[in-house]
Write a protein that binds this ligand. Structure first.
Ligand code: DQQ
Length: 473
């Protein structure tokens, strides 16, 4: 099937055709960014998992490469629980690009095993003759045993694996000196009873200048909350990750299974799957399904020690025609159309000042508006509730609903919204990366308008910068 249709994104990574889910094996290798992804090349639905592959020099323009892994062996092509090469990670082992992924062996619980494949040219991969490298979970009867994320610390390789037992999601820790012989250290962290019963795609990494580590997890069976991050201290001796803070990682509907990596500049970059299991996926009718989020740089805030998540600065290279609106009072219960700004591939940075708004004003932007006003996606901030929301009840086909997140204005009373619109997606970075909200939307192709609005009181828009976005590819 050839991928086509109005929902194809302009500047996000998607499969050329077929299905995409989790980001896998994100790595900066030989001066290029490589990403792999859970992929079913033969239909726009989940199937026996392959690893799709793409690379980039700048995190903006991506080149598709041949499928890196396909199910072929008794340890990754079994029949149970679906099958194939499930999620995992990549490391640079002295110039050998090494993928660590989950396979399956039928007839036991959990079925999963951990396997490796290597490449010296970064394109073709050989599965190790001695696979699987971890052939059993530490105990029988667990719920899942998958998604190995490997990193190096003081010359030793460490691996976290997603697991569940007794109704609690857990991250298991292993170590190895050669990526082949692994020893089990123990449970690095587990749910406190509120964070799901199996932790998919765990990722544990140091962040900031202190001794903090961050654990990113995609818990199963946690209601609407689908991804979390935990901050704490990891002892490499005991293997225990002692967390003191946990929060949802992204507040949108369409965000799951993110993974991070460090690049040549030492930046910690995160990419997620910009979809969610169980959602309606209108692009499936067009022979493809799934996209990655924009690459996002992570940092820990000096103010409160929590995560800040911002689009990588390379994305500024996409900025084309610019338009600026400044110092605009938006009267209560009005919509202000902005005819100069329109399109389905835009970056917007809007700064509102709540010090100059009436107490209970609700204000924001309407995106992807149709001419007749019937279709739009609303991004709004409520000054009374101090809540930011994205409403896609009028966004066209696909899942409806409103997602909400608590948000305090910045110290100076400002609300800053950075928004990336890309045809069937809207990514929102609020208050310098304090909160992010990621959604897919499926409006009609001619819904290209942008409006400002205020309700129940006026508000002052300090500035709105808008750029049309373009890439080479
Ligand atoms: N997707 C993979 C699993 C992972 C899940 C299978 C998360 O390895 O746990 O496609 O979306």
């Amino acid at each position: 099937a050839v991928a086509e249709g109005n929902y194809r994104l302009y500047y996000h990574l998607m499969p050329p055709a077929g299905w995409m889910n989790d980001p896998n094996g994100l790595i900066y290798f030989n001066h290029e960014y490589h990403v792999f992804y859970q992929h079913y090349p033969y239909a726009s639905k989940w199937g026996p998992m392959h690893w799709g592959h793409a690379k980039s020099k700048d995190l903006v323009n991506w080149e598709h490469l041949p499928v890196a892994l396909a199910p072929s062996e008794n340890y990754d092509a079994g029949e149970s629980e679906g099958y194939g090469c499930w999620s995992g990670s990549a490391v640079d082992n002295n110039g050998v690009l090494t993928l660590i992924y989950t396979g399956h062996v039928d007839g036991r619980t959990p079925t999963e095993v951990q396997c490796i494949a290597t490449s010296t040219d970064g394109v073709t991969f050989n599965k190790a003759a001695y696979n699987p490298v971890i052939s059993d979970a530490p105990e029988e009867g667990g719920f899942g045993f998958r998604d190995p994320k490997v990193w190096q610390h003081d010359g030793i390789w460490y691996m976290v694996i997603g697991y569940g037992k007794d109704g609690l999601g857990k991250a298991l820790l292993y170590k190895s000196s050669d990526l082949r012989d692994w020893s089990y250290i123990g449970v690095a962290a587990e749910s406190d009873g509120t964070m799901g019963d199996m932790w998919e795609c765990p990722d544990l990494f140091p962040l900031g200048n202190g001794d903090d580590h961050v654990l990113v997890i995609s818990p199963m069976n946690m209601g609407t909350t689908k991804t979390m991050y935990l901050i704490g201290r990891l002892s490499y001796e005991t293997g225990i990750f002692d967390y003191r803070y946990s929060e949802r990682l992204d507040y949108g509907f369409d965000f799951y299974a993110p993974q991070t990596f460090v690049d040549g500049q030492g930046r910690r970059i995160l990419i997620g799957w910009m979809n969610i299991w169980g959602a309606q996926m209108p692009e499936q009718e067009h022979g493809w399904m799934g996209a990655f989020t924009l690459p996002r740089e992570l940092s820990l805030s000096d103010d409160d020690g929590t995560l800040r998540i911002l689009p990588v600065e390379e994305l500024r290279a996409m900025r084309g025609t610019h338009h600026r609106v400044s110092n605009l009072s938006i009267c209560a219960d009005t919509e202000v159309p902005l005819p100069e700004i329109h399109g389905d591939a835009l970056e917007l940075i809007a700064i509102f000042n709540t010090n100059q708004s009436a107490g209970d004003a609700e204000f924001g932007l309407l995106l992807r508006c149709s001419e007749d006003g019937s279709e739009y996606t609303e991004v709004s901030f409520s000054a009374v509730d101090r809540k930011l929301s994205v409403d896609r009840n009028h966004s066209g086909v696909g899942e409806a609903g409103v997602c909400e997140v608590d948000l305090n204005p910045l110290e100076d009373g400002r609300i800053k919204l950075q928004i990336f619109i890309d045809r069937s997606s809207i990514e929102l970075f609020a208050n310098n990366g304090l909160k992010t909200v990621t959604n897919r939307i499926y409006p009609k192709p001619d819904c290209l308008g942008i409006k400002l609005f205020a309700r129940n009181g006026e508000v002052s828009l300090e500035s709105l910068d808008a750029w049309k976005l373009t890439t080479e590819g």
